[in-house]
Ligand binder design. Structure first.
Ligand code: G3H
Ligand code: 13P
Ligand code: ZN
Length: 314
């Protein structure tokens, strides 16, 4: 069994200058596309499940799908992370459901409340060998009505607060706000990330793993297909892959990707529907979507530098 928590992955990622991809899963095709790429590239993997995914697919179905992936890939370390848990109760439930990692996102709370809530989750999770990710600072996009670098600047993670937060909570990793946001509309003009925030934390807490949310690049290939075949995403803009690679070489050990998966699947489904309007066999449009995810994730593993690193993370 290669179901693991993220401790060893982050230790190796930090030491060897790469990041592990954390991909959101909502159904079988998305999971299979990701896992096929990981198996080919021999990379460590974090599969993550949001509260929305739990509601959509039900946790027992998602767990069963992931269990097959784990069983079929004993040489690949796979972690299951709760993405953006918002209460102690949901984190506790996920620990009971066999997740190996939980994120408690208290970033919308005042600093002291974020610390209290995170520590409560850490104390419980650590008793069960489950690791905890927390968040400090505020991303734009779906979390806040803040989009664009100018507005985001005021919400970046404060490195002094981050150091205090890490020390007082005992958390295993921290998601930092460095100018990214969730979704497909991250920037209105030239994308810029606050690498100085990573550097400042890295200097004060060497060896501590940081997490980058909102890391999708909004790949041109899929954006163009979506727009060509009846979609409307003309202004979509993501994080340039060079910026993701740069962060991955620094203290960012986990890179969260969901939007690029959604766009790959949507683009291919739109293409099939447009080119073959008579098609109504779901396998004929979900299949190409799954294949596009496989190819896209393979490419991402090289952007993150984690291809070929599975063995050292076991
Ligand atoms: O952080 C956001 C992820 O893309 C998950 O999105 O809550 O709609 O599943 P979701
Ligand atoms: P994207 O929307 O950029 O894919 O970010 C996903 C994410 O951060 C999930 O927690
Ligand atoms: Zn996120």
């Amino acid at each position: 069994m290669a179901l693991v928590n993220t401790k060893k992955m982050f230790e190796m990622a930090y030491r060897n200058g790469y990041a592990v991809g954390a991909f959101n899963v909502n159904n079988m095709e998305i999971t299979q596309g990701i896992v096929a790429a990981i198996a080919e590239e021999k990379a460590p993997l974090i599969l993550q499940i949001s509260r929305g995914a739990r509601e959509y697919a039900s946790i027992s179905y998602l767990r069963a799908i992931i269990d097959v992936a784990v069983e079929e890939n004993p040489d690949i370390p796979i972690a299951i992370n709760l993405d953006h848990g918002d209460t102690f109760e949901i984190c506790k439930q996920c620990v009971e459901d066999g997740f190996t990692s939980v994120m408690i996102d208290g970033s919308h709370h005042p600093f002291e409340e974020n610390i209290r809530l995170t520590k409560q989750v850490v104390d419980y999770a650590h008793e069960h060998d489950v690791v905890v990710e927390a968040e400090l600072g505020q991303l734009g996009g779906i979390e806040e009505d803040v989009v664009g670098v100018d507005d985001v600047a005021a919400h970046l993670t404060d490195p002094d607060q981050a150091v205090e937060f890490i020390e007082r909570t005992g958390v295993d990793s921290l998601a930092v706000a460095i100018g990214t946001s969730h979704g497909a509309y991250k920037f209105k003009s030239e994308p810029k990330l606050a690498f100085h925030v990573i550097e400042a934390i890295q200097k004060r807490v060497p060896g501590f793993p940081l997490v980058m949310h909102g890391s999708s690049s909004v790949l041109k290939e899929f954006k163009d297909l979506i727009n060509k075949y009846g979609g409307q995403m003309p202004d979509a803009m993501g994080v340039p892959e060079e910026a993701v690679s740069k962060a991955a070489k620094m203290a960012i050990c986990k890179v969260n990707i969901d939007t690029d998966l959604r766009m790959a699947l949507t683009a291919k489904i739109r293409q099939v529907f447009a080119e073959k309007p008579a098609e109504f066999d779901p396998r004929k449009y979900l299949g190409p979507g799954r294949e596009a995810i496989r190819q896209m994730v393979k490419h991402k593993l090289h952007v993150l530098g984690c291809a070929g690193k599975a063995a050292e993370c076991l």
